[in-house]
Design a protein around this ligand. Structure first.
Ligand SMILES: *[C@@H]1O[C@H](CO)[C@@H](O)[C@H](O)[C@H]1NC(C)=O
Length: 334
């Protein structure tokens, strides 16, 4: 039976815990989350980006195919590379676009898993904080969205980073669009904290595989091309800390670049709805493992022994397949 001293001890412990939590948050470090995964520790994920258009531009058709293709895959969760709601994010937490572009679209049984989302530049054009709200999580318990965070699946750690605030043009040409920079300004402090947190999290990571997810491209042959701010500020940190893959959206295509001057693989999964931009510009054809200018998605299969990835189009055709085993041996197929 608990006595008074026990209660006081419990109170004290709770107070210490709360203080520790507050201190931790104020330090700005990425919060860490653990997804539910399979008993053998392997991880299967579907990756999609640039999708929320109330079913239009083939979003619904692709959603159906995502359900069919992953029916027997036993995916653990979905990763969204941002631009979740077009054209201007959500108006607020009550915006019906949340249902029209998400809940009512991705209805297949295999997609009833947690969706880990980052924000894209279009999401910042609305109420960016609405997408981070627990109210949305209560409306659809699959929904999970934060600006930057870590998903720790033991053998693999996913580092989700908020890339929109890096791009200068959103700040220098504010007349084009209005962005919701609450929590981002002062910008220099926000970016330097983010970079420090990313670097220390990567240094501390003991995971076999490290994957970084952001909305904006680092390297891309499509419409937006490379994002110079990320090439300058983020890429060196990824290269110095053994990151295996960088996965983005932003360009509305599917793409795999194995750069000759970087150990990383650069993957674009931004084909969730409007695609077919008709732009392709990449100087070195040897680096371009795969490029598809249409709608589609990617899957990741990760075990202790290897990362496998597959790209699929709207008909479920497997367009590109690739895998890597721990260095130095690299197996590449197709
Ligand atoms: C929908 O997908 C089909 C098949 O890829 C394509 O031919 C068509 O152009 C797409 N429609 C749009 C609006 O993207």
């Amino acid at each position: 039976m608990a006595n008074k001293n026990d209660h006081q001890l419990m109170k004290l412990t709770l107070t210490i815990l709360v203080v520790m939590l507050v201190v931790d948050v104020s330090r700005g470090e990425f919060q860490r989350f653990q997804p539910s995964t399979k008993a053998d520790g392997s991880v299967t994920a579907l990756v999609i980006g640039d999708w929320g258009r109330k079913g239009e531009y083939n979003q619904s058709l692709l959603a159906r195919q995502m359900g069919v293709t992953t029916e027997k895959m036993d995916i653990d969760f979905v990763i969204s590379t941002g631009d979740n709601f077009y054209n201007d994010g959500l108006i607020d937490v009550n915006d019906p676009a949340f249902h029209q572009s998400f809940t009512d679209i991705y209805t297949a049984p295999s997609l009833q898993k947690t969706w880990y989302n980052v924000l894209g530049n279009h999401d910042y054009r609305g109420d960016a904080l609405a997408q981070l709200s627990p109210i949305l999580q209560a409306r659809d318990n699959r929904w999970f969205c934060m600006k930057s965070f870590i998903l720790d699946a033991d053998i693999v750690e996913f580092f989700f980073i908020d890339t929109t605030p890096f791009q200068d043009k959103y700040f220098t040409n504010p007349k084009d669009h209005v962005y919701d920079w609450r929590g981002v300004i002062p910008r220099e402090k926000y970016l330097s904290t983010l970079l420090q947190d990313l670097e220390s999290a990567l240094i501390e990571s003991n995971a076999k595989w490290k994957i970084v997810i952001g909305h904006h491209t680092i390297k891309s042959a499509s419409d937006h091309g490379n994002t110079q701010e990320l090439v300058d500020k983020v890429l060196p940190i990824l290269e110095a800390n053994g990151v295996d893959l960088y996965i983005n959206g932003h360009d509305h295509c599917l793409q795999h670049i194995a750069s000759s001057d970087s150990p990383l693989q650069f993957l674009t999964s931004g084909g969730g709805s409007k695609a077919w931009r008709g732009v392709y510009d990449w100087p070195n054809p040897k680096e371009m493992k795969f490029f598809y200018d249409g709608q589609g998605f990617m899957t990741l299969d990760i075990t202790h022994r290897q990362i496998g990835l597959n790209f699929y189009d709207i008909f479920g055709n497997n367009l590109h397949k690739w895998s890597v085993t721990p260095l130095p041996s690299i197996i590449s197929a197709i």
